[in-house]
Design a protein around this ligand. Structure first.
Ligand code: NAD
Length: 427
């Protein structure tokens, strides 16, 4: 039999530093599991990556072209699932890394989804509402063959929200000729959104922090918390943690950080942001920079903004007991090692922020069945899944003598491997 030797010349376009970071986390778990080399090759690359150029008529009648992406990393367990990011730094590499993390996150939480992510390279805050709507609708139209309730189900991420999801749902439904709310999750309640979805990611972060505190024999009352990012995830995490008795001593957004050693009034801060869009101008705290905020001594540090915030440069000055990764990929692999050596308990992103996709799954199920659940039921089911998964990861970490990230990755990869081997390789 003649054997072909396949020669690859250079890496594919998505091999960027952030993709390599996702890959190195995967490889550490694959090594530990002695993963079948054929499967390793398949998981190393996304199933498909779509890039589109989106022409938009701006309010001044000129035409701008924006770059849009959607990446499906793996669909072994079901339709792919993942957010849409509107941000100036969106790139094929970033979206591909985020799609890979979604694969592991869905598998870890036991959800019947594969992993995907999408985004448009733009600054949503510099666009008018009409421009944003045209951009969202044209992006959806360009992706129409690659999304669908049984194909790939988008959700909000940085720079997108319920309104963007409503425009996506409407555009998709206009193309098909009837209403299809299940095409997206994180949409408004009035068109089939789920109760509890807006707060779900923050709620999941809080459930993980409470589990970690119980493991470390800490009580939430009076514990100091620092949160980077005060958008959907950061603000809800702050609100719910303060209701549990924690003292939120610092928060930040893209423009500034606020520090109040006696604890910030989160309700007042959220009211300030809903009036002024940013934290700047709030007078009951002193201003600090984002780098300073990350290094404040505290019990719990929650990065809830962008990736690669805790790096080789600042890891030895991070001064918390628990690091809860609400953002995706906030810690680089070298920083991860430094924090581990310093005994910081890390709740990895694929576990810490998985509350969002878990309630997205509830929203998708409710939409498919046209049968809606009570908020209490949703929060209780979320708590049950997050707490059970946290404790499974902790048990694996202890029995395998590995850290929480490696344990979470091992559980996720084991789950997909089993399904992948059962399905086999087509043709
Ligand atoms: P968002 O757009 O609602 O909020 C982002 C926040 O980060 C804003 O306050 C923004 O000002 C701030 N920010 C942006 N750049 C910053 C910088 N350089 N330094 C400090 N702050 C900065 O986004 P979100 O939905 O809250 O997402 C936050 C993180 O959580 C992202 O990493 C996202 O991938 C992750 N996440 C979100 C969800 C979800 O359901 N929304 C689910 C899982 C994970």
């Amino acid at each position: 039999m003649r054997r072909h030797r396949i020669e690859h010349r250079g890496n594919p376009e998505y091999y960027t530093p952030i993709y390599e970071m996702a890959l190195s986390q995967f490889e550490a778990a694959a090594d530990k599991l002695s993963l079948d080399p054929n499967l390793r090759k398949r998981f190393t690359n996304p199933k498909r990556a779509i890039m589109v150029n989106i022409p938009i008529r701006m309010d001044d009648q000129s035409v701008e072209v924006f770059h849009g992406y959607r990446v499906h990393h793996d669909t072994t367990l079901g339709p792919s699932k993942g957010g849409i990011r509107f941000h100036p730094d969106v790139s094929l590499g970033e979206v591909s890394a985020l799609a890979m993390w979604m694969t592991w996150k869905c598998a870890l939480m036991g959800l019947p989804f594969g992993g995907a992510k999408g985004g448009v390279r733009c600054d949503p805050l510099a666009l008018s509402r009409n421009e944003l709507q045209r951009l969202t609708r044209r992006y959806t139209a360009e992706m129409i063959q690659f999304i669908g309730p049984d194909i790939d189900v988008p959700a909000p991420d940085i720079g997108t929200n319920e309104q963007i999801m409503a425009w996506m749902m409407d555009t998709y439904s206009q193309f098909k000729g009837y209403s299809i709310p299940e095409i997206v999750t994180g949409k408004p309640i009035s068109i089939g959104g789920s109760l509890g979805r807006v707060e779900a990611t923050g709620r999941g972060v809080v459930y993980c922090i409470l589990e970690a505190m119980s493991h470390l024999n800490m009580k939430p009352d009076g514990k100091t918390v620092v949160i980077q990012g005060f958008g959907n995830v950061g603000s809800h995490t702050a609100q719910i943690l303060s209701e549990k008795g924690c003292k939120i001593i610092a928060v930040s957004d893209v423009h500034c950080g606020l520090y109040q050693p006696n604890g910030l009034d989160i309700t007042a801060l959220r009211a300030h942001v809903s009036r002024h869009q940013y934290l700047k101008g709030y007078t009951e705290a002193s201003e600090i920079s984002n780098p300073e905020l990350l290094e404040l001594p505290c019990d719990v540090l929650v990065p809830a903004a962008l990736s690669e915030q805790i790096t080789n440069d600042n890891a030895d000055r991070i001064s918390c007991k628990i690091l809860a990764e609400a953002a995706n990929g906030p810690t680089t692999p070298t920083a991860d090692q430094i924090l581990k050596d310093r005994g910081i308990f890390i709740i990895p992103d694929i576990l810490a922020n998985a509350g969002g996709v878990t309630v997205s799954y509830f929203e998708w199920v409710q939409g498919l069945q046209h049968f809606f659940w009570k908020e209490m039921e949703i929060n209780e089911r979320l708590r049950e899944i997050v707490s059970m998964t946290f404790n499974n990861v902790l048990k694996t970490a202890i029995s395998e003598k590995v850290d929480m990230r490696l344990a979470a990755m091992m559980l996720a990869i084991r789950k997909i491997t089993e399904s992948n081997l059962a399905r086999g390789l087509f043709p």
